[in-house]
Design a protein around this ligand. Sequence first.
Ligand code: PMT
Length: 404
Amino acid sequence: MNLQGKEIVLGVTGSIAAYKAVELLRELVKAGASVKVVMTESARRFVAPLTFATLSRQEVMTDLFTLDYDAKIRHIAATEGADLLLVAPATANVIGRFARGLADDLLTNLFLASTRPVLLAPAMDADMYRHPAVQENLERLRTWGVRIVGPAEGELASGMWGPGRLAEIQEILKAVTEILQPTNDLAGEVVIVTAGPTHEPIDPVRYLTNRSSGKMGYAIAQVAADRGAQTILVSGPTALTAPRGVEVIQVETALEMRAAMLDHLPKATVVIKAAAVSDYRLSRPSTSKVKKSEKPQTLQLVPNPDILKEIGAQKGARIVVGFAAETGDLLRQAGRKLKEKNLDLIVVNDIGAEGAGFSHDTNVVSILDLDGGVEQLPLLPKRQVARRILDRVVRLRQERGSGG
Ligand code: PMT
């Protein structure tokens, strides 16, 4: 990682994870970045400013009401020439104040006054992180273009297990590099990604579905767009915010997903199918609400088309990547789907493993290829899994030459 010549403002807020910001600062400085540290009042209760000042070789900024040496107003001067405002750890409190536009200390003023990219690494207790207020604030910040890295799942300072740990330092550094040195290795590709579940109506109020949140597919779409691909995301119903720079097509049923895919397929050079498509739909969904008083009925199901298999059959020069969600005999099942659906790669998640598969922010996957290769990845944030899958796509493209 080379951050030579880059200027970063590192905001440190009052979390027990503040001590990890010391290591983060060391790594940023080692990579050549010039780092100005801004500490909130509560951060200074966890770590002394002197530690950051010594490692950054710069004065640590804490006070809103001080003029800089050249008499510039501090909250404007601090980020003026900066390439990035990075806040790590970012507490629920500072996330809330950013999201509401409050400006009652130096860091919140910097956030409002800055026009530079912003990256937040949240850290808090799991229940706080799950609270709708925090989730809503993070979503609001995302829609403004603020990038979020983490949090990771694991043991927390409270002794609880869950999401809320500051993302690993290497993960934060990767996110910084992605912003400051975007890779363009997917430029020229048109990538269609699918994500989320499908809803197969029973009547106007009920439907058949599954536990997919869309997180895996959205992460792939975001990373593909960040790496220069024209990216189209065909999404089943999810609660997620559209990734930046991605064309999103919202669908509900498997048939709608199929239609959207086939519509865009002619221009696609890469297809990645992370959606959990319902294998069945009702043969005749009711057009009016089925009354409780009506006697219990048997749902008559018919199979949905296998969209991926259909795309595999007309693959041409495209790179087609499927997913498989399995609980037992993972590799054999996935290997069978790889061949049956004429794919180039299949990503199999062990949905029985801790932190893997549906709804989690992390996943545990293996990537199988046509040469019988199996790349087993450890438990990783879905964004990092997305990167590893796209690394394989880039490698395949380099081996094969340009797409169709
Ligand atoms: O959304 P998240 O909460 O982040 O969870 C991610 C995930 C677990 C949903 C994702 O990682 C995943 O595994 N997606 C595929 C799940 C699945 O439906 O697997 P499958 O083995 O049933 O299907 C195999 C492949 O065929 C998949 O690429 C699927 O999109 C595709 N398929 C399946 C059925 C169908 N009718 N049409 C299809 O195209």
